[in-house]
Ligand binder design. Structure first.
Ligand code: AMP
Length: 298
């Protein structure tokens, strides 16, 4: 079983073409919906008293939501961001932590023996608190972002120390280590404990560092991009979801997991919020996987 911990949010996303307000988002939302295409997935997190019942229904239809608490007194985490015409570089307008600011993460007894744990981007202290409650995880992967690197860098490093793998985007990796080369960043991540580092470069694909080798993989070519929000989390969810089906970590399973991550990221950006992700199935994933293999064959 896979347990995903992170934010369940209301997102306001502004692009030059369209704005969506308070749509269902959050790192745990994207990651767990993506992962649920591969493996039964449970989500742990908290929402507020303004969280729409229709959004809860979407989560309930795909995930085990016994670990999702509802606060009666506070509002849901809200993230407001804008993109320019490149639909890649994001500007954060507002991060309203609300319910997550004093959240004490509790793992329901049913998930304590989860073999796989994905710590989606969230407060690193809360992530570590959650991880302590899981008895013997076989594989733990985490993500983080600029907000936590800038506000709790030491805790981010402590968290990295406790996981098997980390997924970051290129600007976060550079910010974390104050280093221009993402290859050097990947080495620095691994020198802090994890056995692999995965750095995402948007439409330019991703880079894996594992057992002293670099493995670059191109991105899946996507012509329709509406909203890049959640691409990284969808990548992460599919990446660990696929690994759950493989049972072992080696360069082959990691490279295939990257391909599945890129495929899921390519779906996520094709519509606003989670709209595209909840409308795909195994057939769509398989189709893109076959296409990917064709593109990569030399
Ligand atoms: P990404 O995959 O990087 O595009 O992540 C987008 C998601 O991150 C959005 O749905 C936001 O709700 C969520 N988010 C934004 N800022 C934070 C933060 N500081 N901590 C946790 N989640 C966040």
């Amino acid at each position: 079983m896979l347990t995903v911990f992170g934010t369940v949010a209301l997102d306001t996303t502004r692009t030059p073409f369209h704005t969506v307000e308070r749509t269902l988002g959050g790192t745990a939302t994207f990651a767990s919906i993506a992962a649920s295409n591969y493996v039964p997935t449970s989500i742990v997190g908290i929402v507020g008293n303004d969280f729409p019942a229709s959004y809860m229904e979407i989560l309930k239809n795909r995930l085990d939501i016994r670990g999702l608490s509802i606060s009666e007194t506070d509002k849901t985490f809200h993230y407001d961001s804008s993109f320019g015409y490149d639909l890649y570089k994001r500007t954060t307008n507002k991060t309203e932590l609300n319910v997550i600011s004093n959240y004490q993460s509790t793992v329901p007894t049913a998930f304590v023996d989860s073999e796989y744990v994905y710590l989606a981007n969230n407060d690193p202290v809360q992530n570590m608190n959650l991880l302590r409650q899981v008895s013997h995880p076989k594989l733990v992967i985490c993500d983080t972002m600029d907000f936590w690197i800038l506000n709790k860098r030491d805790d981010v490093i402590r968290m990295i120390n406790k996981v098997d793998g980390i997924i970051l985007n290129e600007s976060e990796a550079r910010l974390l280590f104050k280093e221009n080369s993402i290859l050097k960043c990947a080495r620095l991540i691994v020198s802090n404990g994890p056995s692999f580092a995965l750095i995402n470069k948007g439409e330019n694909g991703s880079l894996l560092f594992y057992e002293n080798e670099f493995y670059p993989i191109p991105g899946y070519p996507t012509e329709t991009i509406k909203d890049p929000t959640g691409a990284g989390d969808s990548f992460g969810g599919a990446f660990i979801g696929y690994l759950c089906t493989q049972g072992q970590i080696n360069s082959k399973s990691l490279k295939n997991a990257m391909i599945h991550g890129n495929i899921m990221g390519s779906f996520a950006i094709e519509d606003y919020g989670i709209q595209r992700l909840v409308n795909i199935g195994n057939k769509d994933i398989k189709q893109r996987y076959e296409k990917y293999k064709e593109i990569l064959s030399l």
